[in-house]
Write a protein that binds this ligand. Structure first.
Ligand SMILES: Nc1ncnc2c1ncn2[C@@H]1O[C@H](COP(=O)(O)OP(=O)(O)OP(=O)(O)O)[C@@H](O)[C@H]1O
Ligand SMILES: [Mg+2]
Length: 246
């Protein structure tokens, strides 16, 4: 589902990513771990299209997306959340999630609205149903009408997650999803991630969570992949222990 092939990104003299290559099979939950500044968020920026690598390619589901802008990748089924949450603060929780489904809606203005009325009502009902479903999944049904900005950071993270899930992504990128979540929210998130059929790439510092939900782990250090494999193997890897786990 995802192939990152020889990707490098430099900021001045700093090589944030240095020839990074790895693949993620369809349906797999893959963790990306590594010390602060290892290049994890930069990798997400490259995969989601916010940053062009100086070299290397990114393929999603076999298709080379390296040159595609974020919106085209989103339409190919790539969704992400951000290390610093980016919700629409002045929209309600429900509207934040509805916005993720907006591009499926109507178009064509008033005339099309009048002609297509029954179909549009159905579409609108389907969208609201999907939103309700995702809000329930993320434990947000009690906060439907709240303004997103009014929620604590854990709540805003869950709104971002709900928004990313609404349109049934094919490849979901989560950047530090447990940060700001309490223990109950973290446990629910683990359940949600495990229940997804989509391919997931997640950056996370909470090792318990990573070892629990990931099928596979890629370890970055100073912009390089220093190890990749199943959690049990990564936990015992002497190079990883020296660089990160201690
Ligand atoms: N916009 C930028 N301009 C300059 N340097 C940057 C920029 N973004 C990241 N860097 C640098 O690139 C390297 C990788 O940063 P990145 O944010 O990808 O790391 P990270 O693994 O996500 O770290 P953290 O665990 O702290 O989130 C770091 O040395 C960082 O300082
Ligand atoms: Mg980061």
């Amino acid at each position: 589902m995802l192939a990152v092939d020889g990707v490098s990104v430099a900021f001045g003299g700093v090589k944030a990513l240095d020839q990074v290559s790895f693949e993620v099979e369809e349906g797999v939950v893959c963790g990306v771990i590594g010390p602060n500044g290892a290049g994890k968020t930069t990798l997400f920026d490259v995969v989601s299209g916010l940053r062009r690598p100086v070299e290397g390619r990114v393929r999603v589901d076999g298709r080379d997306v390296t040159g595609l802008p974020p919106v085209r990748r989103a339409r190919a089924g790539v969704r992400r959340t951000f290390q610093r949450t980016q919700v629409f603060g002045r929209l309600t929780v429900e509207d934040n999630v509805l916005a993720a489904l907006d591009w499926h809606g109507g178009g064509g203005g008033l005339a099309a609205d009048l002609v297509g009325l029954p179909a549009r009502r159905r579409l609108e009902r389907d969208r609201r149903e999907r939103v309700a479903e995702v809000l329930a999944l993320c434990g947000l049904d009690g906060h439907r009408e709240a303004y997103a900005a009014a929620l604590p950071v854990g709540g805003r993270r869950l709104v971002e997650l709900a928004r990313a899930l609404a349109d049934r992504p094919r490849l979901l990128l989560l950047d530090e999803p447990t940060s700001g979540l309490d223990a109950a929210q973290t446990a629910r998130l683990a359940e949600v991630v495990r229940s997804l059929e989509t391919t997931v790439l997640l950056v996370e510092h909470d090792m318990g969570f990573v070892m629990d939900v990931c099928d596979r782990i890629v370890v970055l250090d100073l912009g390089r992949v220093i190890a990749a494999g199943p959690p049990a193997e990564i936990r015992e890897d002497p190079v990883v222990r020296a660089a990160y786990l201690g």
